[in-house]
Design a binder for this molecule. Structure first.
Ligand code: F0G
Length: 460
């Protein structure tokens, strides 16, 4: 008997959704019609959809049963109170404002907290988060450790904050110009990389000294907790549930895109321990989202989220969730494909600069690679590089991010190990003929979050 111990998913499949297979000729037409932007492809033209882990998750039978318990009252739905109690019990925050998804919470929070001319430091930017900070009048300042920008660094906690960078900003602009520190668990744009508990505790100490609150982007907090359990001294015997609570308790406010960790298809919230912020947010949410006890969600969706949160902090769930990502990452490493190391939680990130070294960043290597992978196999991935980074609001210059990545993102509980095999083999086939791949250029560029709707054409 081999002494290797494999793990398997802690669930079995009750219902299947058929996938449509397409030919290469059909895919060439489809990607051209989509302006070489995978966001503009029709889902029916996609075979394995690894665009995002956002809202693409498979709910459990318990969550589906929860939908039937939806209390669709305009005000005071019982599902709101269930969700509120779940957030208090699992995440430690006292007050809950539901929103239709994460960016709804980011909007309200940024508008309340930021004054024009403020600075918001954070452990790397996220697209919607930074845009809401900028629209409210702030300048975002990246204070993540340098290793996060180096795809080859094996640092176990690439989401860590560089406290010297934060101290320097405080010294330069003064603490009263910093309304909060934006701290994400895990860091999406760095490749799904975690922050350590030790670093978070140090961040808490430093911010306390200057009375600066920590705003927690808790979109993938349970995934971050799994890495702490695996990698950080003293946490091996703690559960994901305990670690999640401990992380949240070190912060003051939180925004959540519930389409990720909590395993639902739509939803989000703002949570806080600050009664004053809560009152202001209750007032704002009725303008932009809905009444403060539903904030843009149906009662049934709040119920599914409450149940999903309890499932998301299970160690067995997280072992399989992150295990599948590690499995795909290892396959790609075995094929010699350059990826962000170490493999993160929600996806494997291809290093497009190393994959296509003959392309300048202006020839949009990651955008190009995502289009080519789709044509090869019908696998849909996403650009996370110069197109996603956008332009500086004042100078209108392109941001040139160090990281030029293609994100191969895994929805929760949706695809099997065989889907991962097919995906890895498809990317390897593209890698074999990488020298023949030419770049793309913009033909249409929207003003905000351009990566969602931009169109491109091949450079001849
Ligand atoms: N914060 C992080 C870290 C995110 O990954 C997202 C969404 C948001 C905030 C915004 O939340 O989409 O519910 O409004 N990320 C998706 C993705 C879009 O594909 O990574 P939202």
């Amino acid at each position: 008997m081999p002494n290797k111990k494999s793990w398997a998913e802690p669930w079995k499949i009750k219902m299947v959704e058929h996938l449509r297979m397409t030919t290469k000729e059909e895919r060439i037409v489809a990607i051209k019609e989509a302006g070489y932007n995978t966001f503009l492809l029709k889902s029916r033209d996609v075979y394995i959809d690894l665009l995002t882990d956002s809202g693409t998750n498979a709910m459990s039978d318990r969550q589906w049963a929860g939908l039937m318990l939806g209390d669709e009252a305009y005000a005071g739905s019982r599902n709101f109170y269930h969700l509120e109690k779940t957030i208090q019990d699992y995440y430690s925050y006292k007050y809950l404002i539901p929103t239709h998804q994460g960016r709804g919470a980011e909007h309200i929070f940024s508008q309340i907290m930021i004054k024009k001319g403020d600075y918001v430091p954070g452990n790397m930017y996220f697209t919607t988060t930074r845009l809401h900070q900028e629209l409210a009048g702030a300048k975002f300042v990246d204070i993540i450790i340098d290793e996060a920008h180096d795809t080859a660094s094996h640092h176990p906690f690439k989401g860590n904050v560089d406290l010297e960078k934060l101290q320097k900003l405080i010294d330069e602009v003064g603490a009263d110009r910093i309304p909060y520190v934006s701290m994400a668990t895990t860091v999406n744009m760095a490749g799904g990389q975690p922050i350590s508990m030790a670093n978070l505790k140090e961040l808490r100490e430093l911010t306390k000294k200057y009375n600066i609150p920590i705003a927690h982007d808790m979109t993938r907090v349970a995934e971050n907790a799994w890495f702490i359990k695996e990698r950080e001294d003293g946490y091996q015997n703690k559960s994901v549930k305990e670690i999640v609570y401990e992380i949240c308790a070190l912060t003051d406010h939180a925004t959540m895109s519930a389409k990720k960790d909590p395993i639902v298809n739509i939803g989000g919230f703002l949570a806080t321990n600050d009664e004053d912020l809560y009152c202001k947010a209750q007032n704002m949410v009725v303008i932009y989202e809905g009444l403060h006890t539903y904030g843009g969600m149906a009662g049934r969706d709040m119920e599914a989220m409450a149940i999903g949160i309890t499932e998301s902090v299970s160690d067995d769930h997280m072992r399989a969730r992150v295990g599948q990502t590690q499995y795909l990452g290892q396959k790609l490493i075995d094929f010699g494909i350059p990826i962000v190391m170490p493999v993160g939680s929600h996806g494997v990130f291809l290093d497009a600069k190393k994959f296509l070294p003959h392309l300048e960043q202006d020839a949009l290597p990651a955008q190009t690679l995502a289009a080519v992978i789709y044509i090869e196999s019908g696998v849909r991935t996403m650009e996370r590089g110069i197109v996603s980074a956008g332009r500086n609001k004042e100078t209108r210059e392109n941001y040139y991010p160090k990281l030029e990545l293609v994100r191969v993102t895994l929805p929760r509980r949706v695809y099997t190990q065989s889907h991962m095999d097919v995906t890895a083999e498809s990317i390897a086939t593209v890698y074999e003929r990488r020298d023949s791949i030419k770049g793309l250029r913009f033909t249409y560029e929207p003003e905000y979050l351009r990566f969602f709707q931009a169109r491109f054409e091949p450079i001849k």
